[in-house]
Design a protein around this ligand. Structure first.
Ligand code: 5GP
Ligand code: ZN
Length: 111
């Protein structure tokens, strides 16, 4: 997806503060952090949103879910953390490449 911001980050065309990468996912710091720790986890596969998932993505989504607490632990979030997936314009999604927000630490806003 040539016009996708997060695909450009995956391709290294736009810089990002990467904290974890493997063959399936990329995790980087949100450019406008809403808390002391605010990471974005994205699949390397371009998927627009949660609404575009199908059963072919089962393994990928399970992989991402299981990685979240590992990353939170590595970020020192022993007291807990928050995950958010905004879906569609009505859900506040601004970048249409599936991403999971991982938030925690000081300044975690109320919800
Ligand atoms: P959404 O509203 O789509 O769930 O979240 C998009 C997130 O991407 C926002 O929290 C925003 O701060 C972040 N973001 C937007 N552009 C960039 C960018 O160029 N680099 C990084 N690291 N984050 C970005
Ligand atoms: Zn993309």
């Amino acid at each position: 997806m040539s016009d996708c911001l997060f695909c450009k980050i995956i391709a290294g065309e736009i810089p990002a503060n990467v904290v974890y990468e493997d063959d399936k996912i990329l995790v980087f710091k949100d450019i406008y952090p809403k808390a002391a720790v605010h990471l974005l986890m994205i699949p390397k596969l371009h998927i627009e949103s949660l609404e575009k998932l199908d059963e072919s993505h089962n393994d990928l989504i399970a992989y991402m879910m299981l990685k979240l607490p590992v990353l939170a632990d590595e970020q020192g979030l022993s007291g807990g953390f928050r995950t958010i997936i905004n879906t569609g314009k009505g859900g506040g999604q601004e970048v249409f490449h599936l991403h999971i927000h991982l938030l925690g630490g000081k300044n975690l806003p109320g919800f």
